[in-house]
Write a protein that binds this ligand. Structure first.
Ligand code: FES
Ligand SMILES: [Fe+2]
Length: 341
């Protein structure tokens, strides 16, 4: 497997890492110890001491800002340079360190050899609105499947999108590319009087358009509404979900939300930003509550179900997950895959 940390991954809300107490994070089953050095800068090293493998995340931060192992006191700086206090002349005390950056209130890590850049979410008039993290109780491939289709919307969710009375009217387009998939869904928004707060009316259509990329695994969802005559409503929200494998059975979702509002609607703007964050959290939690049902029964690698038209991006995303993200040879899909038109 390739090292997924050749790209930046968000791993922890920055305020969760205080001074003095190291934290452990897992990325693709590899453990890292995070701490803040004497200047408050976040640092990360492999969470196994190079001496005899004690977890450095259980160690302590020294007054000089170096992370000390709790077993025999070897200590490390943010570049991974190690010192053995009882063998001061001993060479080979160094350990693997990561690059750590802080942006949008989250800590992002990648390997020190990587030249990766951090993302920028404020594009096309969008303003950064907030972020949250949620642990999905499923392997990455199962969580990615779920976030590659909206067929489950009327059944798993209760707020955004359509209800099961509008299944026939779903408009759907999907395109597969060498490094990404793009998907567009349109259908009538299920109605709630609360939606009037956002200038929506019964009969409005809900649009969810997204692109999934694999360097690293993330999907950028753009959600907006239109009137029955096709004119767009003024609110747009764009959420970028980073799907970070934690263990073979769990995946962290780190969700970064932006909003774009046309015209000046001060009160509605405030409400819409709050709703974009709140609804975003509820929607992802709906998926988190459902995923345990399929977490252990969905095979990795090839998809073997009787697949429908909405599964086109699900199939391709599996291929890109294996071929591009995990860095294995492509070709995990069975050539005789059955697509029900
Ligand atoms: S195991 Fe860390 S110093 Fe010995
Ligand atoms: Fe969902």
């Amino acid at each position: 497997m390739g090292d997924v940390l050749r790209w930046f991954h968000p791993v922890l809300k920055a305020t969760r890492l205080g001074r003095g107490r190291p934290q452990q994070v897992l990325v693709n089953d590899a453990a890292y110890a995070l701490w803040r050095d004497g200047s408050g800068r976040a640092c990360a090293v492999a969470d196994a001491c190079p001496h005899r493998f004690a977890p450095l995340s259980q160690g302590r931060v020294r007054p000089d800002g170096r992370l000390a192992c709790g077993y025999h006191g070897w200590h490390f700086d943010g570049e991974g340079n190690g010192v053995s206090p009882s063998n001061a002349t001993q060479a080979k005390c160094d350990t693997r360190a990561l690059r750590v950056e802080e942006k949008y209130g989250w800590l992002w890590v990648c390997s020190r050899e990587s030249t990766a850049e951090l993302p920028t979410f404020e594009r096309e008039g969008h303003r950064f609105t907030g972020a949250f993290s949620m642990r999905m109780p499923a392997p990455l491939h199962v969580a990615l499947d779920n976030f590659s289709e909206n067929e489950h919307v009327p059944f798993v969710h209760t707020r955004l999108g359509w209800d099961d009375g509008h299944l026939e009217g779903i408009e759907f387009e999907a395109e597969n590319f060498d490094d990404s998939t793009t998907v567009k869904y349109r259908a009538e928004q299920r109605w709630s009087p609360l939606l009037r707060l956002f200038d929506l009316a019964p009969g409005d259509r809900y649009h969810n358009e997204w692109v999934t990329r694999f360097d690293p695994v993330r999907t950028e969802y753009t959600i907006f509404w239109s009137k029955p005559d096709g004119a767009r409503r003024p609110f747009v929200t764009r959420s970028t979900i980073y799907m970070v494998p934690e263990t073979a059975k769990t995946t962290w979702f780190h969700v970064f939300i932006t909003t774009h509002l046309e015209g000046s609607y001060p009160l509605r703007a405030w409400l819409f930003r709050a709703a974009a964050l709140g609804l975003g959290w509820w929607e992802v939690r709906d998926d988190a509550k459902f995923l345990p049902q399929v977490a252990d029964v969905t095979p990795a690698g090839r998809l073997t179900g009787k697949l429908g038209r909405f599964d086109k991006p699900v199939i391709h995303n599996r291929k890109l997950l294996e071929g591009q993200y995990f860095g294995e040879a492509a070709g995990v899909l069975p050539s005789g895959l059955r697509i029900v038109p």
